[in-house]
Design a protein around this ligand. Structure first.
Ligand code: M6R
Length: 650
């Protein structure tokens, strides 16, 4: 939700910032802007444009900017419409200070009233603008205080130059003013601040949303996420909450909000910047669908033993007795991660025989959860930044629970307060519609369930070995399936892309997959879609069925599992109820399942697997179907309207 890129060095700054913003555009694309410092100019030059990055690129072609330091922003609108005026960077009254911001200033109305009374004039509807004015006010007050004390000491000889800007010049450096300003803000912020009075300097501050710094050779970068600067340097510093960075040509300094110096500890990022490129695919989403075998493999790597069936998850930071004494698991997550959580409930309850509750993170604290220090909290989040999920984590901790995160971004917020983190190694996911993060999360949940079951003595060695082996076969099965079904999904998209509504049905662990299939379709194709438990159709939704309604049914089964066979038979009855009412069924079935083929119009067949691992396979055709339908409808697959990749507001 909003991307920031800043640079101080000797290169032309505009291409550096635009390139970085392009890589961060997944974070928001309602508007974009850039501020550049040019030597000898009293103010910073700002260009802004509503809409996607290509609009600001056009503005910059028409009205170029030159300089060697600056800051850029790509916005996901929270306060104020996505207009040019509301695009970042925002300025103070003098035009000397510019601010870019990711997050929400919760007390902005109160501050706005105060600053307006002090004579500040606001020209935007945003919360961010108050930050620029607040910094201005702090600098102005410090200057006037110095003036009055200088007057009283040496009458008539002020110690500042009245000829600059609005008749005063700051007597405290920008970082000191920012430090005072951030203490007055409530809410969440990642900030980048520049002042034309202090060239070649960027101040960055973090309280909530992420800030990373890049350490180059005589050049320094700041960004909201690693891909924004990885093309320039692999030496990355992850700023912590409550920290500020001062970037100048001389290097980077880090302090806390009290001004105490902190060590600068760069980490070497090993992943290839190419991972964040489309690599020949038309869209990131398609590339990420095809990356799933690799992502699942990497998520299991080093965590399983095929010889003993054991699963190693020391990174959870929990003692075996914490797991052994756990009375239940509470999972909170949002969106696609919530669907993974729901699938996780089936896996954990089945393997570890421990009750699992799954909450929408955005609802968790409003249902008044009951404190149980032996209940283990599990937070699932690709980005690790989702505000609702962070709030649920705080609530769980306040209720006395230990929390574990399942997260894809190293060092993300959610990992800070967790006892430990099971990282999914999906690599950067750029498409707003989550694909490889989802299958990696289910993989991590499967590992978690196996580990828990082993610690709690719920699985024999033979059972563990069989399950671990089946898991290790999944990536190859997906590879093979992708090659086989891609053209078929594209073809089906041709027949169904004009549908107005879609239904997705599943039973048991396949119900969350139905939900996820429906979410994929609606978020990228804008077709109304609903996921439903297959057995619930007769309790109402059957009324929707007619010859125009495509119904996607997860009709897979594991022949070796009696529960799975029973579920399949019941689902088959539900399919018949749909076809009897002329509904158009697309069934997802395992290879060789002939009975379903005789019943329905279309079957997409997937490889055989144990019941609890089938979700990893059956979601893939649903992702492809949604993708091809969206492409046929001319939708912006990677950046669907009104959405952003990480949602840092509640
Ligand atoms: O980063 P998170 O996993 O916490 O994000 C949660 C949701 O916002 C996210 O899964 C969203 O639903 C996806 N973009 C859907 O594809």
């Amino acid at each position: 939700m909003c991307g920031i890129v800043g640079y101080v060095g000797s290169k032309e700054v505009v291409p550096v910032i635009l390139e970085g913003l392009r890589r961060l555009e997944y974070r928001g694309y309602d508007s974009a802007g850039i501020a550049v410092g040019t030597e000898g100019q009293a103010t910073l030059s700002v260009r802004r444009a509503p809409g996607k990055l290509r609009n600001i690129e056009q503005v910059l072609r028409d009205h170029p900017l030159h300089g060697t330091y600056g800051i850029g922003h790509t916005r996901w609108a929270t306060h104020g419409r996505p207009t040019e005026e509301n695009a970042h960077p925002h300025r103070d009254c003098t035009g000397r200070i510019v601010v870019v911001h990711n997050g929400i200033v919760e007390n902005y109305l109160e501050l706005k009233r105060e600053l307006t009374a002090q004579g500040h004039v606001f020209v935007t509807e945003t919360d961010t603008e108050i930050i620029a004015h607040l910094i201005e006010q702090i600098q102005k007050e410090s200057s006037l205080q110095k003036e009055s004390s200088a007057h009283s000491e040496t009458a008539g000889a002020p110690s500042f130059d009245r000829s600059v800007g609005q008749g005063w010049v700051p007597t405290i450096p920008l970082e000191a003013a920012v430090r005072q300003a951030v203490k007055r803000l409530t809410g969440a912020f990642a900030l980048g601040v520049l002042s034309s009075l202090e060239p070649d300097k960027i101040i960055a501050a973090r309280f909530g949303p992420p800030v990373v710094l890049g350490i180059g050779e005589g050049e320094y970068f700041v960004a909201s996420d690693v891909p924004g600067i990885l093309h320039h340097t692999r030496n990355i510093v992850f700023l912590n909450d409550g920290e500020m960075a001062i970037l100048t040509l001389g290097g980077v300094q880090i302090t806390d909000f009290e001004g105490k110096s902190l060590p600068v500890k760069p980490q070497r990022i090993l992943w290839d910047p190419i991972q964040a490129e489309k690599g020949g695919y038309k869209h990131f989403m398609l590339k990420e669908i095809w990356e799933q075998p690799r992502a699942i493999r990497d998520t299991t790597l080093g965590r399983i033993s095929l010889d003993s069936g054991q699963v190693f998850l020391a990174e959870m930071g929990l003692k075996p007795e914490d797991l052994a004494q756990a009375t239940s698991i509470n999972i909170a997550a949002c969106g696609t991660s919530w669907h993974a959580a729901l699938a996780g409930k089936y896996i954990i309850e089945r393997l570890a025989r421990l009750p699992v509750e799954v909450d929408y993170a955005s609802e968790y604290r409003y249902r008044g959860p009951i404190a149980d220090p032996n209940a283990l909290g599990l937070l699932i989040t690709q980005s690790g930044e989702t505000a609702d999920t962070l709030a649920a984590q705080r609530e769980m901790i306040a209720l006395g629970s230990k929390t574990v995160a399942i997260c894809n971004v190293v060092g993300a917020m959610i990992t800070r307060d967790a006892s430990g983190t099971i990282y999914t190694h999906a690599g950067p996911e750029i498409g707003v519609a989550s694909t490889k993060a989802f299958t990696s999360q289910i993989t991590a949940l499967f590992l978690f369930a196996l580990h828990l079951a082993q610690v709690r003595g719920q699985l024999t060695t033979a059972e563990s070995m069989a399950l671990v082996e089946e898991l290790s076969r999944i990536p190859t099965k997906i590879e093979e399936m992708l090659k086989r079904i891609s053209a078929q999904c594209e073809e089906l998209a041709r027949s169904f892309s004009h549908a107005r509504d879609f239904l997705y049905l599943g039973r048991g662990i396949h119900f969350p997959i139905a939900l996820e299939g429906a979410l994929k379709l609606k978020e990228i194709s804008y077709i109304h879609a609903e996921g439903y438990p297959a057995g619930e159709m007769k309790h109402g939704p059957n009324a929707l069925i007619d010859e125009t309604l495509p119904v996607v049914v997860l009709a897979t089964q594991d022949h070796t599992d009696s529960g799975s066979r029973l579920r399949y038979e019941k689902t088959l009855s539900n399919v018949q109820e749909v076809t009897a009412r002329s509904g158009r069924v697309i069934a997802i079935a395992v290879e060789g399942q002939e009975d379903i083929a005789q019943l329905v119009e279309h079957v997409i067949s997937i490889p055989k697997a144990p019941e609890l691992l089938l979700p990893l396979l059956e979601i893939v055709p649903l992702q492809l179907l949604a993708y091809h339908i969206a492409v046929r409808r001319g939708c912006d697959v990677d950046q669907p309207r009104n959405l952003a990749k990480s949602v840092t507001v509640e």
